[in-house]
Write a protein that binds this ligand. Structure first.
Ligand code: HEC
Ligand code: HEC
Ligand code: HEC
Length: 121
């Protein structure tokens, strides 16, 4: 078992080899469309950007599994594509860095809800 601290993804630069504590799995369509599930390292991003950049300006709902994201959105610069455009961060051509989950991972948070989020869901 991972301890909470070792699982937070605080080692920057290391690509996630597998889902870690508090990563979010996005898999509403990916696997059904023949791509591995997406592992989104939430803490990695939370350390670098304000919450409101994603949860307000980019329109990501603060609820795992609640967002309907397609590759067309990303390539057109929405959601992940706002940054993963080859300028702010590496571009959408790097399929495997996002689609790094093992088959069968259900959408949701690895390791349960984080503290500090809104509790009303
Ligand atoms: C920056 C991260 C990122 C990169 C890079 C990326 N994807 Fe995705 N992709 C996503 C996310 C997020 C979803 C939505 C996941 C879900 O809910 O199923 C998705 C969904 C998909 C889907 C299913 C939905 C749809 O729109 O058809 C396919 C197929 C897909 N990606 C293929 C690719 C391919 C092929 C590449 C490389 C050319 C790629 N992706 C690169 C993040 C990424
Ligand atoms: C780079 C974009 C980004 C940033 C910055 C970001 N988030 Fe998120 N957040 C997401 C995405 C993407 C999801 C997953 C949504 C999904 O599964 O559909 C998410 C999910 C969540 C969730 C639901 C999952 C959970 O862990 O309970 C909460 C709560 C949340 N974010 C809070 C925050 C807070 C608080 C901050 C700032 C400290 C923050 N986020 C910063 C993109 C971001
Ligand atoms: C607000 C800008 C922003 C958004 C939105 C964003 N990212 Fe990122 N992401 C970054 C930056 C910056 C990096 C670091 C790039 C680098 O190291 O060159 C990064 C790195 C990553 C990494 C690699 C983490 C590591 O350990 O090196 C993954 C995986 C990733 N993003 C997936 C996603 C997915 C999936 C989404 C959408 C659900 C997303 N990102 C949305 C800015 C963003």
């Amino acid at each position: 078992m991972l301890s909470c601290l070792s699982g937070l993804g605080l080692v920057s630069g290391a690509l996630p080899a597998r889902a870690e504590y508090a990563d979010v799995i996005l898999n509403r369509h990916a696997e059904a469309e023949g791509m591995p599930p997406v592992i989104f390292p939430h803490w990695f991003h939370r350390m670098r950007f304000r919450c409101k950049v994603c949860h307000n300006e980019l329109g990501f709902k603060m609820r795992a599994g609640a967002n309907e994201v397609t590759m067309a959105d990303i390539i057109e610069g929405r959601f992940c594509g706002m940054c993963h455009n080859g300028e702010i961060a590496w571009s959408a051509e790097n399929c495997d860095i996002c689609h790094s989950g093992k088959a069968g991972l259900a959408p949701g948070i690895v390791g349960g809800h984080q503290t500090g989020g809104p509790g009303r869901w």
